[in-house]
Design a protein around this ligand. Structure first.
Ligand SMILES: *[C@@H]1O[C@H](CO)[C@@H](O)[C@H](O)[C@H]1NC(C)=O
Length: 278
């Protein structure tokens, strides 16, 4: 008697998802002209769609917060269009901007802004739900930030991403409450401000063991870096290699200020390309 052994092939799906994603402060108004389908954000939609293997965390910021109208998308059709298009892209996660003013913003105001973002999910004509909170100007005040983050996690119906922008090295305890910690934010090489120094910045600013939650954001990527290298796409790719090699969770290099996502050499698309080739 012969026995037949059915071997079910174990198919392991190995996807090459980069461990490092793009953390984009999208401080650009969505539209150049009223109701133009968020034309100003189109480069972001295109870059994210062109690189579905890269995760994007995109910071939505109507007005240093959710806007003054108190309504979802600040009652602005251009934000409705922009945010719903972000939500339609699987590898994009959005977070809403609030500003803690170095732990001095009144807690009630902060909480009201968080509640406002949570309410964007109630908008019925389009999916403009927000999926996390970006705490700008975070300060080493654990109780303040912990209260705000605990409130935020309860305010949303679904699990959210919390991003804390310290801009400088943060103590390990903050990695316990913030999903993502921005541990360096500065110009590439501006007089009087911290320079981005590649590996040494990563080693100094991000505690060992927390790399995957760490983020670095560099603006004014032009001129030369700290070593005199020209700020071009290949320098960005070099930096991306180091960042990926260190297992850093998130990065973004901005050509000028955050309202500029299309100037060369480091457009939003180039940020994704450099990660892919790193
Ligand atoms: C709350 O949102 C308003 C409107 O966008 C903004 O002006 C204010 O700075 C925000 N405050 C905080 C603490 O986020």
């Amino acid at each position: 008697m012969r026995s037949f052994i059915t071997c079910s092939a174990l198919v392991s799906l190995i996807t090459s998802v980069s461990a490092t994603g793009v953390l984009l402060p999208l401080y650009v108004y969505p539209s150049a002209e009223w109701k133009d389908n968020a034309a100003n954000w189109k480069p972001v939609f295109e870059a994210a769609k062109a690189h579905p293997d890269i995760d994007w965390t995109v910071v939505v910021n109507p007005n240093n917060g959710p806007g003054l109208s108190g309504k979802p998308a600040d009652d602005d059709e251009n934000f409705v269009s922009g945010v719903s298009q972000l939500n339609a892209i699987a590898n994009v996660n959005n977070v809403g901007y609030v500003r803690t003013n170095y732990a001095k913003a009144p807690m009630d105001e902060l909480k009201a802004n968080i509640t406002n973002y949570a309410n964007w999910a109630s908008y019925s004509a389009a999916d403009i739900s927000i999926h996390g909170i970006f705490f700008d100007e975070s300060e080493a005040d654990f109780d303040y930030l912990n209260e705000a983050i605990t409130f935020a996690r309860a305010a949303f119906d679904t699990s959210i991403t919390t991003v804390c922008n310290f801009g400088v090295k943060a103590a390990e305890e903050y990695y316990g409450i913030c999903d993502i910690v921005i541990a360096f934010e500065s110009c590439l090489n501006c007089y009087g401000l911290p320079q981005y120094e590649g590996k040494s910045t990563l080693n100094t600013n991000i505690p060992t063991g927390y790399e995957s939650q760490g983020a670095v954001i560099v603006n004014q990527f032009n001129g030369e870096d700290f070593e005199g290298n020209t700020a071009d796409a290949s320098l960005l790719t070099n930096y991306a290699e180091t960042i990926v090699g260190h297992g850093i969770g998130w990065y973004y290099f901005c050509p000028a200020d955050y309202d500029d996502i299309t100037s060369g050499p480091v457009t939003v698309l180039q940020n994704a390309k450099s990660l892919v080739s790193a």
